[in-house]
Design a protein. Structure first.
Length: 424
């Protein structure tokens, strides 16, 4: 336990019911914020979640030269002002706090011709090198060297290139995409990541004046424009599909019935299909979806895969659902092997899970029992909160700062649905 640190306390309270609003996506807004480095002026983002990572990215951008503030009249609106006085250096003390800091690489390099970047931090669940980012930018004419722990990149002006990824990396796709906006000629990104957050970034850039074809597909074609041709815009952040899945999981483990306002079923087709196989009834609505859960779910086998497959961020939630489902589920992690570190916390709650490398076998038990647990990362932390909803007795979650990085008032939203949950 963390002496003096905040905790989330959850007690079993029966089925959840009601409506919950799904905030904007963490995995989109941070990248949109970084892309404001490309143009001078005032950019307005709406549907911005109130999460710690937004503030961290805001601090990083402020150090580089883009100031930010939440609109006093609407906390979900963020105003970013680029005065044009950019210092293309991302300092260690800020970069180490957030993985998405790598997303300043592409915009700074293509606009300024140079960037000095400390290696990024974020959640620790296995090696996530930036080799693909570097190789793609080198193909566009950039040079890289390491100096005293900093990556220094240079390119007087990037040029178009055809870049084929061995794996559809989200971060590499985003960096090459933003870098290509001002590159001379046409850049083709083959095997590009297809996540909804990538499309959100593309649509944002196009609204600013970028020339991008193939949005939503695995082949993106970016025709470079002049450095001074982009303009600031007002843009609504796409809803967070992982937060949506979290509230579906909360309804599922409690046998509840919940409506998710602003959820986008079209962004979650594969997980929704698998949830249905577990016994959930999911119905698209005009502005979201509703979920009804049976008294006990059925187990399934699943593997994590790039979008449109089951994202690795969903996995801790589904493992938690499987832990009280009927039967045995086999889980395969194809992306980040370190992402089974939360299993030992679920075991403390009485789950029956065994792991071996990339695989886990989850044998469903009738019920979990409350215990003290620690959140090892953002999504695992949310999964432990969900597990606490299904556990008899009291579950105390520490490591709450991880959850705050990616969840906008998870305690308040679950409490509104009838959960017995509070912070202390």
């Amino acid at each position: 336990m963390d002496a003096g640190a905040e905790q989330i306390v959850v007690r079993h309270a029966g089925p959840l019911s009601g409506e919950v609003n799904v905030p904007g996506a963490k995995n989109s807004v941070l990248k949109l914020m970084a892309a404001t480095l490309l143009t001078d002026g005032v950019t307005t983002l709406t549907n911005v979640p109130d999460i710690a990572d937004v503030a961290i990215m805001g601090d990083l951008l402020s150090a580089i030269g883009v100031t930010w503030a939440r609109d006093p009249a609407d906390a979900a609106t963020v105003i970013l002002t680029n005065h044009g006085a950019i210092t293309p250096v991302a300092p260690y003390e800020l970069v180490e706090r957030i993985r998405a800091s790598i997303n300043v690489l592409g915009p700074l390099l293509t606009r300024c011709g140079t960037v000095t970047l400390s290696m990024p931090g974020g959640d620790d669940f296995g090696s996530r090198p930036i080799d693909m980012h570097v190789a793609g930018l080198e193909a566009m004419g950039a040079t890289f060297e390491m100096r005293q722990g900093y990556l220094v990149a240079r390119a007087e002006r990037l040029h178009g290139a055809t870049i084929t990824f061995e794996f559809p990396s989200v971060g590499a796709t985003e960096n090459i995409l933003t870098a290509a906006v001002f590159a001379k000629g046409t850049t083709i990104i083959d095997n590009a990541a297809r996540e909804p957050e990538i499309s959100d970034l593309c649509n944002f850039l196009v609204a600013m004046g970028a020339d991008i074809e193939g949005i939503g597909s695995s082949t993106l074609m970016v025709h470079g424009v002049e450095r001074d041709s982009l303009r600031p815009v007002r843009h609504e952040v796409v809803p967070d599909r992982i937060q949506a899945a979290t509230y579906i999981a909360a309804a599922a483990v409690t046998g509840g019935e919940v409506t998710l306002i602003n959820a986008r079923p079209e962004h979650m087709e594969m997980p929704l299909r698998r949830f249905a196989e577990m016994g959930l009834t999911i119905t698209p609505q005009t502005n979201g979806l509703s979920v009804w859960a049976p008294p006990r779910m059925r187990s399934i086998d699943f593997a994590t895969l790039p979008y449109p497959g089951i994202a690795t961020d969903y996995k801790p939630l589904i493992v938690t659902m499987l832990s009280i489902a009927s039967g045995v589920g086999i889980v395969t992690e194809n992306l980040y092997p370190g992402r089974f570190r939360y299993v030992e916390e679920l075991l403390r709650l009485g789950a029956d899970i065994s792991t071996d490398g990339h695989h886990a076998v989850v044998r469903g038990v009738r019920q979990l029992s409350g215990a003290p647990v620690r959140a090892p990362d953002i999504r695992a932390g949310a999964a432990l909160v969900v597990a606490g909803l299904a556990a008899h007795g009291e579950t105390i979650i520490t490591g709450v700062s991880h959850i705050d990085r990616g969840y906008d008032d998870i305690v308040g939203r679950l409490s509104h649905l009838g959960a017995d949950i509070h912070r202390r």
